[in-house]
Design a protein around this ligand. Structure first.
Ligand code: NAD
Length: 353
């Protein structure tokens, strides 16, 4: 039996309805002897009563700041700006190891309080494979939105929905013309999600992964009507599309969805736009004649909070039961120490090693 005390926090971002642990998995954690406190949260897709019924203790939103020091605080997205010093061990997506804006501030807060970040993006097995990720639903939504746009049925602003309702809109209607779809990064998590959404929409896309882009055939790419980019780029490769390709007179491509959203990065394979789109304004027209529309939304899985939370929670659960400072969590801690040292931070309970 473990003596772990986990503290599931309310998400500060008001549009974030997802959670890393769903009530069924909360019950399993409690069954493994984990003490689980769950903060009330007005927007979480599961009610607090469901967690209570699973044997969790309930606490007010934001009360993790006064949680016992040994509690491990669990969330998904950014922390509120206060307090200045972070004393706890936190599990969430910190987005602080690639020089992102705010990275130094966040790591400085951990050094000031003596706490530690176990970043979910770096929770990997010993081959470097991510253990819990939202990719599948990102790809599913990316392809779904692209198809809806292509068929003239995308309504803005986008709001969180369920797969059942989304699929209802995705089903082909008798008047829908056939189209050629393309998924790049088709073998990955997002790519598989994109293929599943295309299938629901009655389409059978061309699937490319590393082998098919090694000797990139841009003319073949441009012969597709709808393209979904779902690659995880780890080293620079020639761009899939350049400005001149968008101006090619025989371009058939009309709808481009960039799930990867590496805009501004040297690894960006689609340097044909410089700003992501949003739930409020999901589509930007890149060319008028013939039209080319872009969808590049960087928080896609939040649009299906129930399904994406359920899958993520199932993947995270066995690792939470094994929470410690060795194995995958040890690798997370090493990554935190490395990033902190790179920022000249070497004081703090978890940094003095
Ligand atoms: N927009 C969003 O809301 C959102 C949410 C989650 C993930 N993402 C992003 O989606 C991307 C994919 O994530 P994932 O979890 O599916 O990753 P993954 O590692 O499961 O899959 C990536 C796939 O891309 C392929 N790939 C890499 N380079 C390629 C190339 N040059 N040509 C063709 N294929 C290539 C890989 O072989 C792999 O099959 C990541 O960049 C991730 O950050 C976006």
């Amino acid at each position: 039996m473990t003596e772990l005390h986990l503290w599931l926090r309310h998400e500060a971002r008001t549009t974030e309805r997802r959670t890393p642990i769903v009530p069924d998995d909360a019950r399993r954690l409690v069954g493994h002897g984990v003490e689980l406190t769950v903060e009330e949260s007005p927007q979480r897709v599961f009610s607090i009563e469901e967690y209570e019924a699973a044997g969790c203790r309930v606490a007010p939103a934001g009360s993790w700041v006064t949680a016992p020091r040994d509690a491990v605080v669990l969330g998904l997205k950014e922390l509120p700006d206060d307090p200045a010093g972070l004393t706890h061990r936190h599990i969430f997506f910190g987005h602080a190891y690639k020089g992102q804006p705010g990275a130094a501030d966040l790591l400085g807060r951990f050094a000031a309080g003596g706490g530690a970040l176990f970043d979910l993006e770096y929770l990997v097995d010993d081959t470097g494979r991510r253990l819990a990720a939202f990719g599948f639903w990102a790809g599913y939504l990316g392809a779904a939105l692209a198809v809806l746009r292509h068929r003239g049925r995308l309504r803005a602003p986008l709001t969180p929905t369920t797969k059942e309702d989304l699929d209802e809109t995705l089903k082909p209607e008798a008047t829908d013309a056939e189209f050629a779809g393309l998924v790049i990064g088709a073998l990955g998590r997002s790519g598989r999600g994109a293929r599943a959404a295309f299938a629901t929409a009655g389409a059978d896309p061309t699937c490319w992964d590393l082998a098919e882009t090694r000797d990139l055939d841009r003319a073949a790419l441009l012969r597709h009507d709808v393209m979904v980019n779902a690659v995880l780029a780890t080293s620079p490769v020639p761009p899939f599309l350049r400005a001149q390709d968008l101006d090619a007179p025989d371009r058939r491509l009309r709808t481009l969805c960039d799930v990867t959203c590496d805009v501004g990065s040297p690894l960006n394979v689609l340097p044909v736009y410089d700003e992501t789109t949003s739930w409020d304004v999901p589509v930007r027209r890149l060319r008028d004649e013939p039209p080319l529309d872009l969808i590049a939304i960087d928080n896609l899985p939040s649009l299906l909070p129930l399904e994406s939370s359920t899958d993520f929670s199932a993947a995270l659960l066995p690792h939470l039961i094994d929470f410690g400072v060795s194995g995958a969590w040890g690798r997370c801690l090493d990554r935190f120490r490395e990033a902190s040292r790179a920022h000249g931070l070497d004081k703090g309970e978890f940094l003095d090693h």
